[in-house]
Write a protein that binds this ligand. Sequence first.
Ligand SMILES: Cc1ncc(COP(=O)(O)O)c(C=O)c1O
Length: 475
Amino acid sequence: METLYQQVADELKAGIERGVYQPGDKLPGVRTLSKQRNVSIATVITAYRHLEDAGLIEARNRSGYYLREKSQPLAPEPLTSRPPNKPVPVNGQALVLNMGKASHDPSVIQLGAAVPDASFLPVRAIERAITQAARFHRDNVAAYEFPPGLPALRRQIARRMVEAGCPVHPDEIVITNGCQEALSLALRAVTKPGDVVAVESPTFYGLLQVIDNLGLKALEIPTHPRTGISLEALELALEQWPIKACAVTPNFSNPLGSCMPDDHKARLVELLASHNIPLVEDDVYGDLGFSTGRPSICKGLSPTGDVLYCGSFSKTLAPGLRIGWIAPGRHQQQVEYMKYVLNLATPTMPQLAVASLLEGGQYERHLRKVKNDYALAVSRMSGTVMALFPEGTRITRPEGGFVIWVELPKDVNSLELAQQAMARGISIAPGPIFSANRKYQNFVRLSCACRWDETAMKALSTLAVLVTRKDVNSI
Ligand SMILES: Cc1ncc(COP(=O)(O)O)c(C=O)c1O
């Protein structure tokens, strides 16, 4: 078990490795950090001494601790993507199902699906909340909770959105079966078959599947690994193609982990509004930023824009609860009706449980802890990949969430790599599933929210051997 000071030191180190602090930057003061982390001053000082011993930081006389000028080199990042500038139907998504199925197999090391290991989830608190829901809400539990969904849950969600700078009323929220259903309802509400949807490139394969399922076409827009979708490229695409919707994950996108700066978000909303095009905003990772405050919400930046906001508790509480929501703005009635037609209602029991976890403060407490856990997990995984993988490997530097996007040397075929890895009991997500054009042949996405033990490290070294194609038969 890690001691408290080691935990604090590891978290600081994670921030340093991901470039939160630049060489020469002052680190948080001892008292500030002790308050923030709710640990004693002695613990913080021991943590700082530990990092000083490791040569990462230096104490400057009476001025505090600073990041040393010569700190560890960061892994190079992938460049802004350059997808083909043409709308296409989506294909080749069958692979995703295999990855989903593998995520249930306990004998497989899970680096593929973006599903957090149970050790990152508040399973005990969920168990208690479900037991209490069953005991205290017997009548409700047995009944349908028709759209828009449980009022107590919608109130809590609206409160959180308001606190994040997005003023919505509980009646403007519809509870869904996860964010996936929210995305599907959003695109159903604003498109018809054959329409073109602009998406980030690479993008979440679940979104591509919805586009496929609704008979739409995807237009992949160049995307920067840290600042997200290129607004210049989107503007040109809007002139050139009959785009009917734009779907973006502004905060800690999947797989890049990009987070759009506030001014980009505002410009995105304005640009789309000026073309009368709705924005589908997927904010499923928004609560999982590693540092400072919660990033802003596009919908909150424009009270008049046509933004359909989608979220869920799958990455924070548990994906199996299947609780998500949509704030569809002017499409409220249509979305409520479509949700009703599709599956009548979201199950009542998990709605009650999530409402009580939000009301009781367990959600917020869990977030504080898990954000640090994810930061550490990303840092560990990135550091290990950088140490083991061959020259030419590039890694994203997400500031939130728990996936990294890894560019491998050009001659690596990630679809073959995924097959070879699976034959050795390791699941990874190959690059082409994140593209309608099946680009990113030499990229993989790795989920860092796995159980970090000898087996995980061995899996990474096996992957490194497969990537370098050194003595593959020996593993
Ligand atoms: C960006 C993004 N949106 C939506 C989803 C789907 O979330 P849910 O499990 O809540 O349906 C995921 C899950 O991986 C995701 O990464």
